[in-house]
Design a protein around this ligand. Structure first.
Ligand SMILES: C[S@@+](CC[C@H](N)C(=O)[O-])C[C@H]1O[C@@H](n2cnc3c(N)ncnc32)[C@H](O)[C@@H]1O
Length: 257
């Protein structure tokens, strides 16, 4: 079985669309996996993940790069804190927010911390999704290593976390503000009616076609006046055509359909 056949079989069997990920990057990563797993070729890898569900879960874990941290890109989160969220809060009492491809949860929890301080006493809906069930379970637990909280101020660390050994456990009140759910950006229906969508550091792994499709669907999921917040190394070139206005690096506001 060659690489293309492997991708097609995985898509058919598991619904995972590997054809929408950048080919070179993916192939390099999967070739490394063959070595690690000591399997001779893609045919054997396919047999392994089909026969044993836990091997599929491990395969998915390996495939999805889960690196994340609180306030990832401090400058951009300052724009979120000082400009975007105050503007949205001035228009609506209850915000509806989606952190798509949320990984360990540091991203949606960062938003929860900001909202706790910017709009104390008001409650908001923060949905957080990822393809990977294992990482969602970790996100729900809310236990973070030192690296993940390195951009959290001492004040916030004291207020919202409890230190346990070398780790930081987020308090239950903040954890309750975020709802985690599995969602595949390449396959599943997109939820609607958001004031803010964060989708950061995931579409860089997708092909150009898949990126465009995902951006169109985010556009439909946003309310007019709502914002899409993307990663520091990402750009949406056709934002005007999509009805978006670029308000600062990483932030796009929906101005029309
Ligand atoms: C590098 S992390 C980004 C985490 C966070 N957004 C950030 O910027 O810190 C990428 C995440 O995308 C998820 N992912 C990969 N493909 C996906 C897909 N098709 N749908 C949803 N999530 C996906 C991975 O499981 C991983 O947790």
């Amino acid at each position: 079985m060659n690489f293309q056949e492997f991708k097609n079989r995985v898509h058919k069997t598991f619904g995972l669309d590997l054809n929408s990920y950048k080919e070179n990057q993916l192939e390099r990563r999967l070739n490394n996996l063959l070595v690690r797993k000591k399997v001779a070729n893609f045919g054997e890898l396919y047999e392994l993940i089909v026969k044993d569900r836990s091997e599929y879960v491990k395969f998915l874990d390996y495939l999805t790069i889960n690196v994340s941290e609180f306030f990832r890109d401090v400058k951009m989160f300052t724009v979120l804190e000082e400009k975007v969220l105050p503007e949205l809060l001035a228009k609506s009492n209850t915000l509806k927010i989606w952190s798509a491809a949320c990984s360990i949860g540091a991203e949606p929890y960062t938003v929860a911390l900001l909202l706790d301080q910017l709009s104390s006493g008001r409650s908001h809906q923060i949905d957080a999704t990822d393809l990977d069930q294992t990482i969602l379970q970790r996100a729900r637990e809310g236990m973070f290593n030192v690296d993940a909280v390195k951009n959290v101020s001492a004040n916030r660390l004291n207020k919202y976390f409890v230190k346990q050994d070398q780790k930081y456990l987020l308090n239950q009140q903040v954890k309750n503000k975020v709802s985690f759910k599995q969602h595949d950006l390449l396959k599943d229906k997109y939820p609607q009616g958001y004031d803010l969508i964060l989708c950061r550091n995931v579409t860089i792994y997708f092909t150009k076609e898949a990126q465009e499709k995902v951006n169109r669907r985010f556009m439909q999921s946003l309310k007019t006046g709502g914002y899409l917040f993307i990663g520091g190394s990402e750009t949406i070139f056709n934002y005007a055509e999509l009805g978006l206005q670029k308000t600062s690096p990483c932030f796009y506001k929906k101005v029309g359909q």
